[in-house]
Design a protein around this ligand. Structure first.
Ligand SMILES: Nc1ncnc2c1ncn2[C@@H]1O[C@H](COP(=O)(O)OP(=O)(O)OP(=O)(O)O)[C@@H](O)[C@H]1O
Ligand SMILES: [Mg+2]
Length: 392
């Protein structure tokens, strides 16, 4: 039975959803089996990892009895991490969700879902309302995410009081795990002052020692709907989430199976994976006499590239346009499953795009090659190696 942890905050936009995704990813890389549940009817987490593209079914459908839990849960990135979206789409859904929260149904469903995982992380909606109370009623632990602004620090007691109320009246086993400072801007004197002041005036374990810095790579990751460890320049802030995950395991008296070493040289496990995909692309190009190749996700964002002649923004636009063309070809040409497209780009060269699926997501492999190149060649082999790596 999983330990259920609600990730809450009384202020909006401080990084609850970001923490749920990146903490969940980090814990899963440390050998823990993780389910992340979007407990926010606004669907923050659902959007954060593009769950709607994979399934519109979510917690709401389990609550109204139209699906079983297992049918709405989606694997994410690799076998140790899974996610459940909110399933909330319109105002009626929100009303249903809130009434399930007011009764005991929401808490009961969450406890059922916890079976088979080490940790169930809940991305809570902002505030101290009825849904947050219900999520806390179902939880073993809760943690609070804040930024280092005076207004956020001063309103912290409101959420703490809600936690205490739930513990006293509904769920005596609920424990407070700690406060995570996110978006910390170390160069900003007022943030430093506020952090030092509150840290000194509260009990030693009130704040986690780990702090997540303000880092634009989290925006890039959020835009691409992936954990920051999957972004090329994201190693530093990903390492901060790894340290936080270790500290959290320490506080829950748990240990990581494989604590990955933090490479201060700027690389980490994911960076190595990036390199691994790049190497697969490099090998494909060298053996097949292609000029360059790109691996992109379903939004067209490049995950890895080798010898690509254009910058990544242009590439993202390019692959998503090509991806759309494949969708259109499917309906216009009435072709079944048109997974390949080639486009001549000048007198001698062409671009070939191959669409494939792994882990319920679509990916694109794009190669730039002479017009005379014959397909599939080694492309299929490379794709099967990429799928093996993605589903590992
Ligand atoms: N440490 C950080 N550095 C830079 N940007 C960050 C950081 N953490 C989060 N962000 C960005 O801040 C925005 C808000 O984050 P997020 O959605 O996680 O907050 P939230 O608390 O879940 O918001 P809400 O209250 O609306 O649910 C996102 O665009 C996210 O990418
Ligand atoms: Mg959120």
């Amino acid at each position: 039975m999983a330990t259920i942890i609600t990730i809450a905050s009384q202020k909006g936009g401080v990084g609850k959803t970001t923490t749920a995704l990146n903490l969940g990813y980090s814990l899963s890389r440390k050998g823990k089996k993780i389910l992340i549940v979007d407990g926010d009817p606004q669907g923050g987490f659902t959007a954060a990892c593009n769950l709607k593209k994979k399934t519109a079914k979510g917690l709401l459908h389990i609550l109204n009895g139209t699906v079983q839990g297992a049918d709405a849960i989606q694997p994410l990135y690799h076998g140790m991490l899974a996610a459940l979206g909110s399933g909330v789409i319109n105002a009626e859904d929100i009303a249903l969700y809130e009434s399930a929260a007011a009764g005991e149904q929401l808490a009961a469903v969450l406890r059922d879902l916890a079976a088979g995982y080490d940790y169930l992380l809940i991305d809570a909606p902002v505030g101290v309302g009825i849904i947050v109370k219900a999520l806390l009623s179902a939880s073993d632990l809760y943690l609070i995410v804040i930024n280092c602004k005076a207004g956020t620090m001063k309103t912290l007691p409101r959420l703490m009081k809600t936690g205490e109320w739930v513990k006293k009246n509904v769920n005596p086993s609920l424990e407070f795990l700690g406060v995570l400072v996110n978006m910390y801007d170390a160069g900003n004197p007022s943030e430093e002052k506020i952090y030092t002041y509150f840290k000194a005036s509260l009990s030693r374990k009130f704040f986690f020692d780990s702090v997540i810095p303000l880092d634009n790579q989290l925006e890039t990751a959020s835009f691409r709907s992936v954990p920051v460890a999957m972004v090329k320049e994201g190693a530093e802030v990903a390492a901060a989430f790894d340290r936080f995950a270790d500290e959290l395991l320490g506080r829950t008296n748990d240990t990581a199976e494989t604590v990955e070493p933090v490479d201060s040289g700027g690389g980490d496990g994911e960076k190595l994976e990036d390199d691994l995909y790049t190497n697969l692309l490099k090998e494909l190009c060298e053996k097949s006499d292609y000029y360059g190749a790109v691996l992109a996700d379903e939004m067209g964002f490049p995950l890895a590239d080798y010898n690509c002649p254009i910058n990544t923004d242009a590439l993202a636009a390019f692959t998503s346009v090509l991806g759309d063309s494949l969708e259109k070809a499917e309906s216009i040409l009435e072709q079944e499953d048109p997974n390949n497209l080639t486009l001549e780009i000048n007198e001698s060269d062409k671009v070939a795009l191959r669409r494939f699926n792994a882990l319920n997501s679509t990916y694109f492999l794009l190669v730039i090659c002479p017009q005379a190149a014959v397909f599939p060649g080694l492309v299929e082999l490379t794709i099967s190696e990429i799928i093996a790596k993605l589903t590992e």
